[in-house]
Design a protein around this ligand. Structure first.
Ligand code: NAD
Length: 414
């Protein structure tokens, strides 16, 4: 089976190398030439354990980086779309990158070979049926006859992309016809993982069910933590840790989402929660829980900034520990650290030093905030008057034993 993958980010690169590792011939395509050059060199453009080794095993053997999209699409049985689906103007999913990749694909489909076009990017329920299929048909192709269309949502977590893809808990395929289903079942034949072929809308919905539940648990924990602060006399970290001892959690790592922090961030939860809320409104429902999950999350970074400002004089040096949206990752997209720091800067707190084990370069490039980057935790501890933890990296866990200075633990990790 020959597969072309459009978009070689966290999801696309993992998918491409994952299929290649299972013996398929995979062509990888990305509009970012710099990213292609890094990959051609056998390097990975972000931090993902296990992925570099998998790339090295497959590059030039089963996995090929291609600029000539026309030839590779023509040769492919399946074309995967793993491009970004960022926030649109009203919070909805912006499908621009997806349509562009579809245009490139369709321009190369000039014969009568049956190809299946699969969206792995996260797209709101009804997108395949109401937008993608009409888009393809408007260009003169008969879906289900000349071209198969499906969605195949991805559930991997950044920081464990490779492991989560290769040993996924479930494979969900939203399909509309039998032939497409057969092609996808053959594609995943080498994966000993429960597989579910569902309707197009169900496939898309399951992904949002998953992400909005995580977002809801985080906002719930953050609201409860703020309520505890308001009442007073409550050890918040202790209360949540004891909550997790309930046998009904069964020791599940899911409990880590029911724990307070600076608010959910990263590429997926913020945009996906907004997108499904926007989709609900478009279809005539104002989803109340989602609305408040979003509102609680938006207010959380301001609340954390306020906690810092309460104990800091303007002009004093604030030492930030942690910039990535979560430990184990160098991703800074929608990271709460940027929101908290931006708020501090807007309020006149411009004497800020910061350290993150992996994400400083990405943060500096992405946000252009007036902060001074330190080379180590020790340097932050030396320079700062007060220390603020914004990402729960393990290496910050013993910070209280390394300094006498006050620590504002926005992750409740100490
Ligand atoms: N990051 C995650 O943890 C995760 C998990 C599950 C699902 N998703 C979803 O998967 C999708 C991709 O996420 P990501 O984090 O991998 O994004 P990413 O930004 O890391 O990668 C997207 C890539 O697509 C490329 N691209 C854009 N337009 C293109 C085009 N027309 N042709 C070829 N390449 C193109 C970009 O240059 C970029 O390299 C999103 O819809 C996201 O919501 C992400």
């Amino acid at each position: 089976m020959v597969v072309t993958v459009f978009g070689l980010g966290f999801v696309g690169l993992t998918t491409a190398v994952g299929f290649a590792d299972k013996g398929m011939t995979v062509y990888g395509v990305d509009v970012d030439k710099n990213r292609i050059d890094i990959l051609k060199d056998g390097r990975i453009p972000f931090h993902e354990p296990g992925l570099k080794e998998a790339l090295e095993r497959n590059l030039g053997k089963h996995f090929f980086l291609q600029e000539d999209t026309e030839t590779v699409v023509a040769e492919s049985d399946c074309v995967y779309y793993c491009v970004g689906t960022p926030y649109g103007k009203g919070g909805e999913a912006d499908l621009t990158y997806l349509y562009r990749a579809l245009d490139t694909t369709l321009a190369a489909c000039n014969d009568d070979k049956y190809r299946v076009l699969v969206t792995k990017s996260t797209i709101p329920p009804s997108t395949t049926a109401e937008k993608i299929i009409p888009y393809i048909e408007a260009k003169g192709y008969l879906v289900g006859r000349q071209i198969g269309v499906a969605n195949n949502p991805e559930f991997l977590r950044e920081g464990s992309c490779w492991e989560d893809f290769i040993h996924a808990d479930r494979i969900v395929m939203g399909v509309s016809d039998e032939r497409t289903k057969q092609v996808l079942m053959e594609l995943y034949a080498g994966f000993d993982i429960p597989k579910f072929c569902v309707s197009l809308n169900t496939g898309e919905f399951i992904k949002y069910l998953s992400n909005t539940l995580l977002a809801t648990m985080i906002s719930y924990a953050n609201e409860m933590a703020q309520l505890a602060d308001t009442i007073g006399g409550i050890d918040i970290a202790q209360a949540f840790r004891i909550l997790h001892m309930d046998k009904r959690w069964g020791g599940s790592s899911m409990s880590s989402y029911v724990y307070p922090g600076c608010g959910y961030g990263g590429y997926c939860l913020p945009k996906d929660t907004n997108a499904i809320y926007a989709m609900g409104k478009e279809k005539g429902m104002d989803a109340q829980i989602l609305k408040n999950v979003i509102a609680v999350n938006e207010a959380r970074s301001d609340y954390m900034a306020m906690r810092i400002e309460e104990v800091m004089e303007i002009g004093g040096c604030i030492g930030i520990l942690g910039l990535s949206f979560k430990p184990g990752s160098d991703d800074v997209r929608d990271t709460p650290a940027a929101k908290v720091i931006s708020r501090l800067v807007a309020d006149g707190y411009t004497n800020i030093v910061a350290y993150d084990p992996l994400a400083m370069e990405a943060f500096e490039q992405h946000y252009h905030l007036p902060i001074v980057y330190m080379v180590s935790v020790e340097e932050v501890l030396e320079r700062a008057e007060k220390v603020v933890i914004l990402t729960a990296w393990k290496e910050f866990a013993d910070i209280a034993t390394r300094t006498e200075k006050a620590i504002i633990d926005c992750r409740y990790m100490l």
